[in-house]
Design a protein around this ligand. Sequence first.
Ligand code: SF4
Length: 133
Amino acid sequence: MSHSEAKELKLSEGGGEQLEKRILDIVAASGDAGVLQRDIWHLLNVDSRRGSKIIKRLEKIGLLSRESIVYKGRKVYLLKPTPKLRQIPKLPPSLDTIPCFYCPFLVICGEISRILSCDKMNKWLLDSALAPT
Ligand code: SF4
């Protein structure tokens, strides 16, 4: 993956990243049937205004499709995984919290010595050290 591709795939930083991942997990699991956008708000207890921004961003980077449909007489959005999202391998839970696996800079991280100043990695290391064994 080139640096420009890494930029293209970039998800948001900070607290939104986990939410994006959870949304993508639900959409990926919905398969061909898809999932109603409003059901995601209920499942994740997300404000629809904030959630809509995230969905639009994920649609823009090509990880999900959003289709307007009429369901029970109301206009709603149906979300489906794109081939790009289906290609992303699912990690086992033991590895799922390691930030590098979802980082757009993974391929170039060593080249730019980013690990020395990576907030996400430092936070993960601290959380891991403080976690009960
Ligand atoms: S150390 Fe930080 S910048 Fe490097 S791949 Fe991991 S999360 Fe990304």
